[in-house]
Design a protein around this ligand. Structure first.
Ligand SMILES: [Zn+2]
Length: 303
C-alpha cells in the first residue's frame, strides 16, 4: 500500500486495505455515487456482490457532498465507481485522494469521447448526463465489467454472462424509447425541463430539449432566460413542461405563471427522474424502470 500525506478528514483511509479483493468468502463490495451506476454493477454481479449507492432517490449529484458515513462506506469498498465528467462536482477531491489507495473508476471512461456533448454554457466542460442516451450508457457496462473481473477474477464467467444479457436488455430499451418518442407528432416533440439534463436524450431520440437552468443545478436562472422561455412556449403552443425529482419546482412554476399571464395554458406534464432513480423496490428504482417511466410521462403529456 502506498503511503501519502493526506488531510485529516481522509487520514483514517490510510488504514484501509487495498486491492485486489483479499478474501474469497466475502462478497465483492462496490460503492457508487449515483443509483444508475449501482444498477449497472448489480446487473453484472447479481447476488454475488454487495452494491451501495451513496446518492438515493431525489438526491442532486451536482450539489452532493460526501458525509462522514459515506467516507467510511468508501473506505470499506473493494471498488468505487462514479460518473465523472464533473457530475459529482463537490466530490472530485475525495475521489482523487481515494484513488491513491483504492480502485476508483469513473464509468464515463468507457464512453467513446466523440459521443460526448459539450456544455453549451461553460466552454471546455462536458455534459455529464450520459445515462439519458441508453446506447451511450450501455458502454459503461464494459468498463464496470472489466474492473469487476480484475478485482474478482474467480467470477469472471458469471460476470461476463450477466453483462452480455444486460447489454441486450439495454439494446432493446434503446429501440423501445426510439419508437415511443417517434410516436409524438413532430412539431410537439419539445421537452422543457427544470435543468439541462436531457441533451443526450434529445439527440438520441429526436426531441428538442430546453432546460431552465444550465447543465449543473448550480447555475443561475436569470430573468431574461425566463422571459425567453415563456415566449418560446407561447409561440410553439407547448402543452406541457416537466419537473424533476432531484430539482426544486420553483423555477418551472414561475414559467407556468408567465405563460398564463400571456393567455397560454401550459401544465406540468409530470415529474421526471433526471439525476436520481426512484425508490428501491419500485419499478422506477431500476435504470430500465426509470427510463421507461420518464418516456411514458413524456409521451402521455406531449402526444
Ligand atoms: Zn444534472
Amino acid at each position: 500500500m502506498k503511503k501519502h500525506f493526506l488531510p485529516l478528514i481522509l487520514s483514517f483511509l490510510l488504514f484501509a486495505c487495498g486491492n485486489p479483493k483479499e478474501t474469497n468468502n466475502e462478497k465483492l463490495t462496490i460503492v457508487t455515487t449515483t443509483s444508475m451506476i449501482a444498477d449497472v454493477a448489480k446487473n453484472i454481479g447479481k447476488d454475488s456482490v454487495s452494491v451501495t449507492a451513496l446518492m438515493g432517490p431525489g438526491v442532486d449529484p451536482h450539489l452532493y457532498k460526501a458525509t462522514q458515513g459515506d467516507l467510511s462506506r468508501l473506505q470499506g469498498a473493494d471498488i468505487i465507481l462514479y460518473n465523472g465528467l464533473h457530475l459529482e462536482g463537490k466530490m472530485g477531491e475525495v475521489f482523487e485522494k481515494l484513488a491513491r489507495i483504492k480502485t476508483v473508476v469513473p464509468v464515463s471512461k468507457g464512453v467513446d469521447p466523440t459521443f460526448l456533448l459539450s456544455d453549451p454554457v461553460f466552454t471546455g466542460s462536458i455534459d455529464p448526463h450520459i445515462w439519458f442516451d441508453v446506447s451511450i450508457w450501455s458502454a459503461t457496462i464494459k468498463e464496470v465489467l472489466a474492473i469487476m473481473i480484475e478485482t474478482d477474477p474467480d467470477n469472471e464467467a458469471f460476470y461476463e454472462k450477466n453483462a452480455i444479457a444486460y447489454a441486450q436488455e439495454l439494446t432493446d430499451l434503446h429501440e423501445w424509447v426510439t419508437n415511443e418518442i417517434a410516436s409524438i407528432p413532430y412539431n410537439q416533440r419539445i421537452l422543457i425541463t427544470a435543468h439541462d439534463a436531457f441533451s443526450y436524450f434529445g439527440r438520441a431520440y429526436g426531441i428538442e430539449v430546453r432546460g431552465l437552468q444550465g447543465i449543473s443545478t448550480l447555475s443561475e436562472f436569470g430573468l431574461k432566460d425566463r422571459v425567453d422561455l415563456v415566449n418560446f412556449i407561447v409561440e410553439k403552443q407547448i402543452k406541457a413542461v416537466f419537473v424533476e425529482t432531484s430539482v426544486s419546482e420553483k423555477n418551472i412554476k414561475a414559467i407556468i405563471e408567465g405563460c398564463q399571464q400571456k393567455g397560454h395554458n401550459v401544465v406540468i406534464g409530470g415529474r421526471l427522474y433526471s439525476d436520481a432513480m426512484g425508490a428501491e423496490g419500485t419499478a422506477e428504482g431500476t435504470y430500465i424502470g426509470m427510463v421507461k417511466a420518464n418516456v411514458n410521462i413524456i409521451v402521455n403529456a406531449l402526444k
